[in-house]
Design a protein around this ligand. Structure first.
Ligand code: BMP
Length: 249
């Protein structure tokens, strides 16, 4: 098992399978940083990791990100940068190196870069204990329009894009795959194919319509949750509720 998978296991075991999507809509760096720090302080007991999206990473910059990653690590949380870059291998490689300099543990990438680029990226990410998670099927309601497209693999066999992404992902030893909570039947079939060789990360619970229990029952290893916690009148109560559910699963 890779270092990142081990760290995720350690931070989640007997604690929580919830990853907070810290999707704050704030462009003032000081406010964004302090609100993120407050989320870490108030919610860490109910989480195993925190995910920072591209729109949060952009205004923050290296100094703030270093502080945030350190604060998360100090309370036992893993940190995931979500950039899903659709770009060539070299650009992905340089981008993730910048993220590691800011202290992140793992990155979510877009496998559309192709299997050779993904293979190289996995190798470089794992070299120093970082983690890599790939998109397999997203959660939004139009995801099927793209991820359900019929494509040909290198042998000429026709299959759906998400199946090809899954095959590349587990055969190239990524640490995790993203499969939306809105497609629980797909979570189950992915889980069977993966056979414990990586984890399933499921966003799309709550605001996007996914049911957390069904998602866990289908075979998701971690739930990525943002607005249902962040926009609630009582984020601590919501986070604790999700935590409890994951502990019962
Ligand atoms: P929310 O719980 O507010 O819907 O947030 C979900 C989070 O997961 C967002 O940060 C979003 O960018 C991310 N995400 C997603 O919703 N669906 C995917 O398929 C992949 C994601 O990374």
């Amino acid at each position: 098992m890779t270092d990142f998978r081990k760290r995720m296991k350690a931070s989640s075991s007997d604690k929580s399978l919830v990853i907070l999507a810290n999707d704050l809509d704030e462009n003032r760096v000081d406010k964004l940083e302090s609100r993120t720090m407050t989320n870490i302080k108030n919610l860490n007991k109910y989480l195993c990791a925190i995910k920072l999206n591209f729109h949060v990473i952009l205004p923050l910059g290296k100094k703030s990100l270093e502080k945030i990653n350190q604060a998360a690590h100090d309370v036992g949380l893993q940190t995931i940068a979500d950039i899903k870059l659709n770009d060539i291998g070299n650009t992905n490689k340089i981008a993730v190196e910048r993220l590691w300099e800011c202290g992140f543990d793992a990155v979510i990438v877009n496998p559309i870069m192709g299997p050779e680029n993904l293979k190289e990226l996995v190798k470089s990410v794992h070299k120093d204990g970082h983690g890599i998670i790939t998109l397999v099927h997203m959660s939004h309601h139009e995801a099927k329009l793209g991820y359900g497209l019929r494509v040909k693999d290198s042998t000429g066999r026709t299959l759906m894009l998400h199946k090809l992404f899954l095959k590349w992902s587990y055969s190239l030893h990524v640490d995790g795959v993203v499969v939306g909570a809105t497609v629980p039947e797909l979570i189950t079939s992915c889980r069977k194919k993966i056979r414990g060789n990586c984890e399933i990360y499921s966003p799309g619970v709550g605001t996007q319509g996914g049911d957390p229990k069904k998602t866990l029952d289908a075979g998701a290893n971690y739930l990525i949750i943002g607005r249902t916690i962040l926009n609630s009148n009582n984020p601590i109560y919501q986070a604790r509720k999700f935590q409890k559910l994951t502990l019962e699963s």
